[in-house]
Ligand binder design. Structure first.
Ligand code: 0L1
Ligand code: MG
Length: 256
């Protein structure tokens, strides 16, 4: 008996992203479980690397109750970031390049040397060189932004674009910093870094552990998006988005 054609499924997802066209969910129809979905994600990102993109980091998804409730999935997941997804701070994205983009405020880490797979991270400041406020732009490739757990994993956890604000030294505490998402100068979401697994530093432990299960090792110099502190908000053309994280500053983007 042959299993599902993972490369073909990845191609379907990749074309949906490239053409900004929503597709129906595909995990159930193809019998994908979560492990198979991560294999699809690998093939989907391989497709990007084959056209010249570079892996620049990892993102955690669904690290807060608000995010889990928003999409009806209750497991922490991870996805891959490539250089083509990075938008400069204060840069502009074209909403037409996406299907139904949403933005969310995040905390980013700039990774230093991490221990061998299976070893505990130990001192956070040895593993992380700097931290920054960030905006993640997510864009599910599935119609109506609706999916199962294997669907969203296969779709590289809706990763689409990200902005990193100025890097700053790791502050003493990261576990209860106020977070705002502003759209056009108005507060759209209010949260705390405590919403990110109780403390965003925990997201790194989870990322190392969960990605390690699939043979992915985090590298020095990579960016790590620890997760959103609030629910995500739809991005409309003409909007100016700012993520403000107490002690860390702001990251922003414009939408045309
Ligand atoms: O970064 C995230 O938390 C997104 C994970 C996937 C679920 C979604 O698209 O909202
Ligand atoms: Mg996110």
């Amino acid at each position: 008996m042959t299993g599902p054609d993972l490369v073909k499924i990845a191609e379907t997802l990749g074309v949906a992203a490239d053409t900004a066209t929503a597709i129906p969910q595909l995990a159930a129809a193809n019998g994908l479980d979560v492990d198979a979905a991560y294999a699809v994600q690998t093939a989907l990102v391989r497709r990007r690397l084959d056209r010249g993109e570079r892996m620049v980091g990892l993102k955690m998804g669904l690290t807060s109750r608000a995010k889990m409730a928003q999409v009806g999935v209750d497991e922490v997941i991870w996805g891959r970031l490539t250089d083509a997804m990075r938008v400069p701070d204060s840069g502009t994205v074209d909403v037409g390049d996406f299907i139904h983009p949403r933005v969310e405020p995040e905390v980013a880490f700039l990774l230093d040397r991490l221990p061998e797979p299976g070893e505990p991270i130990g001192d956070f400041t040895d593993a992380v060189r700097a931290v920054a406020p960030a905006v993640e732009l997510i864009d599910s490739r599935y119609a109506n932004f609706t999916f199962s757990l294997p669907d969203v994993v296969a779709d590289n956890t809706s990763a689409a674009a990200f902005v990193i604000g100025p890097w700053c030294p790791v502050p003493d505490g990261l576990d209860n910093l106020g977070v705002l998402l502003e759209i056009d100068g108005r507060v759209a979401q209010v949260g705390s870094t405590a919403a990110i697994l109780g403390d965003p530093r925990r997201a790194l432990d989870e990322g190392v552990r969960l990605a390690g299960r699939h043979g992915v090792r985090l590298r020095e110099g990579w960016v790590f998006l620890a997760g959103a502190a609030t629910a995500a908000v739809p991005l409309r053309p003409g909007s100016h988005v700012r993520a403000v994280v107490e002690k860390l500053g702001t990251a922003s983007l414009k939408a045309s």
